[in-house]
Design a protein around this ligand. Structure first.
Ligand code: COA
Length: 333
């Protein structure tokens, strides 16, 4: 009998309406459209404007609403909700429970996964493991962030990069060996805290007047170190995964890298010797929405994907965390 494994049967996405352009960023910090376009590759990004009481779960609800227009499913049949985010609505309760309740997935249990920009890759591995266990048949994997709330719009080193957005993938059980999630490699290295982090708001530096005065509730990074590690690790782990699965670069139809900087994406493609035409890129219009970038690429590209396409997803983020997933796409649009 064939082994049960997981397949993505539908993709949804949502980005906020407000478009924050490079021109507007240039009114906030000393930068220019030309610099951001050339050095980062972003022209505009979406941010959730402070509508009262709306946070990342609003984006997730909209992404699931979008999925329901593209794929017919009964929310009551969903058994597990996994939400990858670094910007939950609240520290507690978890955001997945709120999303499940508000979207009618009331028979599911839900929890959040914290892996920063690698969130979708980590959550997909978690979601597929529930299905491969044989105990669950339908898992909703959601990944998204509102990084705008952690962004210091006085810091030109970070504010042109970050954005808000959310994507969702419905995972179901299949025994068809020709399609589905085949393999993954995941890594983390906690010896890099000082290179990419937000010092305030956690249990070491809980919110106080002092943490606010010292502007500790914003993401800080050493851009150059993050850049180099992101290129090396995404390229290496993708190649490790391909080798493990006897995949040549010619066999791969699509590489979907986390969208942090166009030069990182190009360098990964170049190190892997993969033509840029095979790489999904939408950073110019959506920026870096952290866990949201990879599902938002799948969402954008869904009409071009064909059943059986070999796809490598790869991400890198704070932690550091990084990894790659190999899947064979399951359906024609
Ligand atoms: N606008 C204009 N000039 C800027 C600038 C900006 N937004 N940011 C930096 N500069 C300046 C610097 O001050 C420096 O000037 P100097 O040479 O006079 O000192 C010059 O540009 C080069 O700075 P540098 O830090 O070397 O730029 P960079 O090419 O490395 O780009 C990042 C900076 C942050 C865009 C880049 O390092 C990066 O993308 N890193 C990865 C970040 C990331 O992916 N984070 C999320 C991880 S998931």
């Amino acid at each position: 009998m064939s082994k049960v494994h997981a397949i993505i049967t539908g993709i949804g996405g949502y980005v906020p309406q407000y478009i924050l352009t490079n021109e507007e960023i240039s009114t906030l910090v000393d930068t220019s459209d030309e610099w951001i376009t050339k050095r980062i590759g972003i022209k505009e990004r979406r941010v959730l404007k402070s509508e009262e009481g709306i946070g990342v779960t609003y984006l997730a609800e909209k992404a699931i609403e979008n999925l329901r227009k593209r794929k017919d499913f009964d929310p009551l049949e969903i058994e597990v909700v996994v939400f990858a985010t670094s910007t939950p609505d609240y520290i507690l309760p978890n955001a997945a429970s709120l999303i499940a309740y508000r979207t009618g997935m009331t028979k599911a249990f839900g929890f959040d996964v914290g892996a920063a920009c690698s969130g979708f890759v980590f959550a997909l591995e978690v979601g597929q493991a529930f299905i491969t266990s044989g105990k669950y048949k339908k898992v909703m994997v959601i990944a998204g962030d509102t990084l705008s709330v952690l962004t210091d719009y006085q810091d030109r080193n970070t504010c042109p990069i970050f954005s808000d957005g959310c994507g969702v993938a419905l995972l179901e059980a299949t025994t068809d060996e020709e399609i589905g999630i085949i393999d993954a490699v995941l890594h983390s290295d906690g010896n890099s805290l000082e290179h990419l982090q937000m010092w305030g708001g956690g249990s070491v530096n809980p919110a106080s007047h002092e943490t606010v005065d010292k502007r500790m509730h914003f993401i800080r990074q050493d851009g150059k170190i993050v850049f180099k590690r992101a290129v090396t690790e995404m390229a290496n782990c993708s190649e490790e995964l391909m080798k493990k699965n006897q995949l040549t670069k010619e066999d791969v139809h699509w590489i979907i890298p986390h969208q942090a900087n166009i030069r990182i994406i190009e360098a990964v493609a170049s190190r892997m010797d993969v033509p840029i035409e095979k790489v999904m890129i939408n950073i110019e219009k959506y920026g870096n929405s952290s866990a949201g970038t990879i599902p938002l690429c799948l969402w954008d590209w869904e009409p071009k994907l064909r059943k059986g396409d070999n796809i490598i997803l790869t991400a890198f983020g704070a932690g550091f965390t990084w990894g790659a997933i190999y899947l064979k796409w399951g359906y024609d649009f």
